[in-house]
Design a protein around this ligand. Sequence first.
Ligand SMILES: [Zn+2]
Length: 169
Amino acid sequence: MRELDEKEIRDSFINCSKGEAGRIKLPAGFADGAVPWDDIDFLGWTDPGAPQRALLVVPGEEKPAGIVLRRPEAVKVSAMRSSMCRICLTDHASSGVGLFVAPLAGPAGRRGNTVGEYICSDLACSLYLRGKRQPKMRLVRREETLTLQERIDRAMTNLAAFTDRVAAG
Ligand SMILES: [Zn+2]
């Protein structure tokens, strides 16, 4: 994706207040060029200052859309069960996928309404798709016949569907 600057990222959030967007901490190493822009289709990270808060910034036609997410409390899960990220469709041991919950945009969100999605716990879907990161203890391996670009397109379609649900409020 195109490299974004701090202002573009802070201005992109659609489901939190301006004050909250201003307090979000950017990914570790952001200012030092640690974000692998060439290898990612969207920016996803855990707030270094608030580990229960995760952020997604998705490129858009005109401007990027940022989503604030809550990471669930760790729940007891069987390490033997496998789970699939609903964005990139990578299979993980169940700890590799988490249910991320986003407040809806606007008044509905302020009333406490949310939507959730199962996403790679480290939000690194782009790296899994490219084989630059491997799931831990993967139990199931599905052979994909799609090309990398087709799998990226599918992930971005899934992600757009999620951000649209948030934006619809
Ligand atoms: Zn994923």
